[in-house]
Structures are given as structure tokens and as C-alpha cells.
Ligand binder design. Structure first.
Ligand SMILES: O=C(O)C(=O)[C@@H](O)CO
Ligand code: MG
Length: 279
């Protein structure tokens, strides 16, 4: 079975953030991921990782803004990354620098840079082409900065129902961007939940894309409610086996992030009680 990481932004919602590390370790997870670490000192998080013998496998660069308070405000204001936003290049670079400092402190090998939500425009062709060119040049810069630190930069297609206007929505679009940028440490975060909503045919896409070396990470959740992978229309056991088989054949040894909202919600032990789906 692929290695499963607990997404601490979604799992254990009944606990304060720092206590979620202890809970994940108690539940047998060896790896964790989350959205943003920036409201905490890197040492505080590193201590939780060390104390629980957990690996940090992924987190996100800031969604916008220029400092820790600004990152929180940006998320609350609806910013979902700046990588493809013309005019936000300075915030993008500041965010990547913050993320790489945390990645070093947490010994985390992957940072996800969200593409961002495009402003509505009457001239959509010009808007898309300006966004594409900013996106590629920002990602090229980020990949260069991250390479020196041994970190992969990830991009994730996100479904337009949850995030209307988000720039990156499909696997083929993401792989075309990675090919165009041409940096070996720029990879795709393949979230099966978003992919099922946008395009389906998930097993075929795992078989197509994983052997290319361009997939850096997977995430799973049930579709459409985003609860436990066992709830909903995806056959997650079959898909985890497909990942396992293809990974063994091509030598991929990444992680699958459990990025779902527990069906029982924020009740005590709601996450733990819902983990029976794990193989
Ligand atoms: O929403 C998701 O899916 C994620 O993986 C978050 O990192 C937001 O990008
Ligand atoms: Mg995801």
C-alpha cells in the first residue's frame, strides 16, 4: 500500500492544530501534511514532528500577502495563491521564500504553490495568455530557488465547483505547464478528489502520468462530499492498488495525503473512529 499522510488542516478538527500531530501519530500515521504553518514558529512545529517521529511531507506556500498576518488575511479574503496572477509577482516570491525557510526547518521535501483565482475579464484570451506566461515564469523561478534546498515545487489542479475561477483545473493542463517550464523539481500534485469531479477516468490517468516522473504527490477523499475515501463514488481500494502497482513498476515512492473532512465532523475521536477505511 502507498504511504498515507494525515492532512492536519482537515483531519482532527476537534483538536487545536498543534495537538493534531500527536493524534495522527497515535493513529499510526508516519507522515503529515497541512495547508499553512505560518501562524506558528517553525521550531514549534518541528518539535511536534520530532516528538512524534513524524515526517512533514507537504505544505503550501502562502496564498498571498507579504507577512504572516498578511497570509492569514489573504486566505480569509479569498486569495488562493498568486502563481498565475499578473501584478502579484513580488508577493509570490516573498511567499516562496517564506515557504522554503519553513521547508528547511521542517525538513519537508515538497511545497505546493497554488495557482490563484483569475479576475473576471471581458477579454478572456488575453487574460489566459498573460496568466500562463506569468505562471510559467513564476514557477521557473520558484523551482530554481527550491532546487538549491532539495525541495520539489508542486502545482495542483483544483475543481471549479469548490474554487470557481481557479487557474489550474486539469491533469493535462498541469503536465503541459511542467513540461513547458522544464525544471526537474517542478511536479504535479494529483488530487483524486478534484480529478474525479473535473474529468474522471482516474485509474487510466494514474497509469498515464505516474510513470512520467512528473507526479510528486497524491491526495484522496470521497467524492462528492469530501469525506472518508470509502464514502462516495470512488473505488479507493482499487485506485490505491493501481498507485501501488504503477509505483512499484516505475520506482515512485511518494505519499498519498488523506485530505478529507471526517464525516462525523469535529466530535471527539471523529477522525480516529472514521479511519476504518485504511487498508
Ligand atoms: O484543496 C486542496 O485540494 C489542497 O490540496 C490544498 O492544498 C489547497 O490547495
Ligand atoms: Mg488537494
Amino acid at each position: 500500500m502507498p504511504r498515507l499522510a494525515a492532512n492536519l488542516s482537515m483531519l482532527y478538527p476537534e483538536l487545536p492544530f498543534l495537538d493534531r500531530f500527536d493524534a495522527a501519530a497515535r493513529d499510526g500515521f508516519k507522515g503529515v501534511e497541512f495547508l499553512f504553518p505560518y501562524s506558528f514558529a517553525p521550531e514549534e512545529i518541528a518539535a511536534r514532528l520530532r516528538g512524534n517521529e513524524l515526517q512533514q511531507v507537504l505544505f503550501n506556500a502562502p496564498p498571498g500577502g507579504a507577512d504572516a498576518a498578511g497570509f492569514e488575511r489573504a486566505w480569509a479574503d479569498g486569495l488562493r495563491g498568486t502563481a498565475s496572477l499578473p501584478g502579484s509577482e513580488a508577493d509570490f516570491r516573498t511567499g516562496v521564500q517564506w515557504a522554503l525557510r519553513y521547508a528547511e526547518a521542517l525538513q519537508c521535501p515538497r511545497v505546493h504553490c497554488m495557482a490563484g483565482i483569475q479576475a473576471k475579464s471581458t477579454d478572456s484570451h488575453t487574460t489566459i495568455s498573460a496568466a500562463s506566461s506569468v505562471y510559467e515564469s513564476n514557477l521557473r523561478w520558484a523551482a530554481q530557488q527550491a532546487a538549491a534546498a532539495g525541495v520539489d515545487i508542486l502545482i495542483e489542479p483544483i475543481n471549479t465547483r469548490d474554487m470557481p475561477g481557479f487557474f489550474l483545473n486539469r491533469q493535462d493542463q498541469a503536465h503541459a505547464v511542467v513540461r513547458a517550464v522544464g525544471a526537474p523539481n517542478l511536479k504535479v500534485q494529483f488530487d483524486l478528489y478534484h480529478a474525479q469531479i473535473m474529468e474522471g477516468d482516474i485509474a487510466t490517468k494514474i497509469r498515464e502520468y505516474l510513470p512520467t516522473g512528473r507526479v510528486g504527490h497524491f491526495q484522496i477523499a470521497g467524492v462528492p462530499e469530501r469525506h472518508e475515501p470509502s464514502v462516495g463514488e470512488l473505488n479507493y481500494r482499487y485506485l490505491l492498488n493501481v498507485i501501488d502497482d504503477v509505483a512499484a513498476a516505475c520506482g515512485w515512492d511518494g505519499w498519498v495525503g488523506c485530505e478529507y473532512r471526517p464525516q462525523r465532523g469535529a466530535v471527539p475521536n471523529g477522525t480516529t473512529d472514521g479511519l476504518g477505511w485504511r487498508p
